[in-house]
Ligand binder design. Structure first.
Ligand code: GUN
Ligand code: ZN
Length: 446
């Protein structure tokens, strides 16, 4: 798919009304726990006005409501779903994706920290941010919770690139005041001040939002975690993102650094960092108390299966996750993760779940990559579904994208089988078009 980035002048305010025809699918609730979890129209129509969903349903029922002068876009034969939401991805790691390493801590020291150093240069940061946001869109990801580096200018660059593309995006400057190279170290005071400045500058500006971003417990002093908690209290609607219980060596290290904490998760709890809108990357090595606490707090898990396999971190436990009704979402974790594609991520998630004797359905995975993430963000009235009033971010999927996907799709007898073919065989080639606020980000086939 060829990307043409939308210009700032083509924003939603002056968007034309569009009527989009195709196979349309979206989720209202979790298919794991509800029978009436989704709506699917084999010959569907979606009417988009001023960038928002005005109506959705059967073409036969809705076609007479197409407003005069609306642009009708025919995607018959294709599947239209809400834009994907990636809840954990590091944009400064774009260029070190697929770096060979024996594991997390070596990988951080050898590849990640030296690359993140380069983001002190705003021009370098902006060039990567431009590539990164285009690559997200090329993969059908229209919203992401993104990690910047310790440099405030790196967050500026990602916000500016997202704003230019009218994307609903979240990022934050990394906070890291110990156990890291000097060139990436802030202090409790400077980190909090720069985060507060970035919140004033970007939070709730256009479609952008801020996330307080302590890297992980080992790289923050107690003073810095305390400052994070205070910042979170002062800004109750900002997001929080960090890593927890990803790797056995890391868990051991946290136990040494925080001997009074009951568990790794408890370190964050002590500093009031568990709440709705807080996203915990990985969450593999949790115990029962941790899971109950996570569920009660309303915080979410960003499950990163390609990263967990690549770095040999471990297997997320879907049985325990469901038993505690955790708010689990799907994430790539590029560059620990090995793909920007949410299909590749679903493929890995399915296999990780299988290793634990759990069958993760394709319906559930599409739900996790759309509506579940929107709900965990508290943005279900904005993105993640086609409910009337939602912002019209969506992707058009081609069941004939490759010869093999085409043959498998033609044999699919159920929606689950079709979605499963996308999840197991798909990648960026399946993404035919991506719409942001009802505007195509690539040429639309007539
Ligand atoms: N833990 C702390 N930093 C990182 C990171 O950049 N990637 C991953 N996967 N885990 C981390
Ligand atoms: Zn990460």
């Amino acid at each position: 798919m060829k990307m043409t980035t939308t210009s700032p002048a083509s924003g939603a305010d002056n968007a034309v009304t569009r009527a989009i025809r195709g196979r349309i699918l979206h989720f209202l609730r979790d298919p794991q726990f509800h029978d009436d979890a989704y709506q699917y129209w084999e010959d569907g129509l979606m009417i988009v006005k001023a960038g928002r969903i005005a109506a959705v349903g059967n073409y036969a029922d809705l076609s007479r409501d197409i407003p005069q002068g609306a642009e009708v876009v025919d995607h018959r034969g294709k599947l239209i779903v809400p834009g994907f939401i990636d809840t954990h991805i590091h944009y400064p790691q774009t260029d070190i994706i697929a770096s060979p390493s024996p594991g997390l801590l070596h990988w951080l020291d050898t590849y990640t920290f030296p690359e993140e150093r380069r983001f002190s240069d705003p021009a370098y940061a902006r060039a990567v941010a431009d590539f990164f946001t285009d690559e997200l869109l090329r993969n059908g990801t229209t919203t992401a919770m993104v990690w910047s580096t310790v440099h405030a200018a790196s967050a500026d660059a990602l916000f500016a690139a997202s704003q230019q593309r009218h994307m609903r995006m979240i990022t934050g400057k990394v906070l890291m005041d110990r156990n890291c190279p000097d060139f990436l170290r802030d202090t409790a005071e400077s980190g909090a001040r720069e985060s507060a400045d970035l919140i004033s500058k970007w939070h709730n500006v256009d479609r952008l939002a801020y996330a307080i971003t302590p890297r992980f417990a080992p790289t923050s002093t107690e003073a810095q975690l305390e400052a994070c908690g205070e910042l979170a209290k002062a800004h109750s609607d900002v997001f929080i993102q960090t890593h927890v219980a990803e790797n056995r060596d890391e868990v051991k290290w946290v136990a040494e650094l925080f001997p009074d904490a009951r568990s790794y998760l408890d370190v964050y709890d002590r500093y009031k960092l568990l709440r709705p809108g807080a996203f915990y990357g990985h969450a593999i090595y949790l115990d029962e108390d941790d899971r109950r606490r996570l569920a009660d707090s309303g915080a979410a898990v960003a499950h990163c299966p390609t990263s967990n396999l690549f770095l040999g971190s471990g297997f997320y436990d879907f049985h325990q996750s469901d038993a505690n009704r955790l708010n689990v979402t799907l994430a790539t974790d590029v560059g620990g993760g090995t793909s920007f594609s949410m299909f590749r991520t679903m493929n890995a998630a399915h296999k990780v779940a299988r290793m634990g004797g759990y069958h993760l359905t394709a319906l559930r995975m599409f739900y996790l990559a759309t509506r579940a993430a929107a709900e965990a963000l508290g943005w279900q009235d904005r993105i993640g579904s086609f409910e009337v009033g939602c912002e019209a971010d969506f992707v058009v999927l081609d069941p004939d994208a490759t010869p093999l996907i085409s043959r498998r799709s033609s044999r699919s007898e159920t929606l689950e089988e079709q979605l499963f073919a996308f999840a197991m065989l798909g990648d960026d080639r399946v993404i035919e078009n991506v719409y942001i606020m009802g505007e195509a980000t690539s040429p639309v086939a007539a």
